[in-house]
Write a protein that binds this ligand. Structure first.
Ligand code: 5GP
Length: 196
């Protein structure tokens, strides 16, 4: 079986659906995958590392990068908080011979799919229910009440995008969701058939 590594896997989901956990799982499972580190202008969270989780840019640095054509896509995901995929990340990973995993919002995912078409698999990670998602997000304790409110409003909008992606993984039981994500990746990259 021959692997085709010049590929992209985009995981997208409403905030708190657990896509970051699935992204980490895929990166730990397959050494032919590497993570596209996005640039963003939001403040760094305590556990995050600059250059590993994100490149934390100032608003000016972000604007300069837009002006110099450095992004494949970018979005103002929350008011005054910009996130973007760097062309340099795609080049870095493909030049290393690996395929790319993205953790980005629904609009970014749709834009990347438009650009890369059959080289790109988009996976929508769906929470078991809206209430569970809100509960997870609240328990995460990373948001202020104001930003939590904004995120919840956004979740409602994002859940409507489900049908726009190549595949949907429901993140109810994490172990099942991990296996489903593995099947999708192996089928797409290694050309393995699905097992029913
Ligand atoms: P968080 O602030 O929770 O890390 O991320 C907020 C949202 O921005 C998440 O849905 C995340 O996937 C998305 N995001 C992260 N990087 C990018 C990016 O490069 N482009 C886009 N469009 N969204 C991103």
């Amino acid at each position: 079986m021959k692997a085709d590594f010049h590929k992209m896997i985009v995981l997208t989901a409403p905030s708190g659906a657990g896509k970051t956990t699935l992204v980490k799982h895929l990166l730990e499972t397959y050494d032919f995958l590497d993570f596209s580190i996005s640039a963003c202008t939001r403040p760094r969270r305590e556990h995050e590392i600059d250059g590993k989780d994100y490149y934390f840019f100032t608003p000016q640095e972000f604007k300069d990068k837009i002006a110099s054509g450095g992004f494949i896509e970018y979005e103002e995901v929350y008011e005054n908080q910009f996130y973007g995929t760097l062309k340099s990340e795609v080049n870095r990973i493909w030049e290393s011979g690996k395929s790319i995993v993205f953790d980005i919002d629904v609009k970014g995912a749709i834009n990347i799919k438009k650009l890369y078409k059959e080289d790109c698999l988009t996976i929508f990670v769906k929470p078991p229910s809206f209430d569970i998602l809100v509960e997870r997000l609240t328990n995460r304790n990373t948001e202020t009440p104001a930003s939590l409110k904004k995120r919840i409003a956004r979740i409602k909008r994002e859940l409507k995008y489900e049908t726009r992606f190549d595949a949907v993984v429901v993140n109810d039981l994490l172990e099942v969701a991990k296996k489903e994500a593995e099947y999708l990746v192996e089928n797409f990259i290694l050309g393995k058939p699905f097992i029913d």
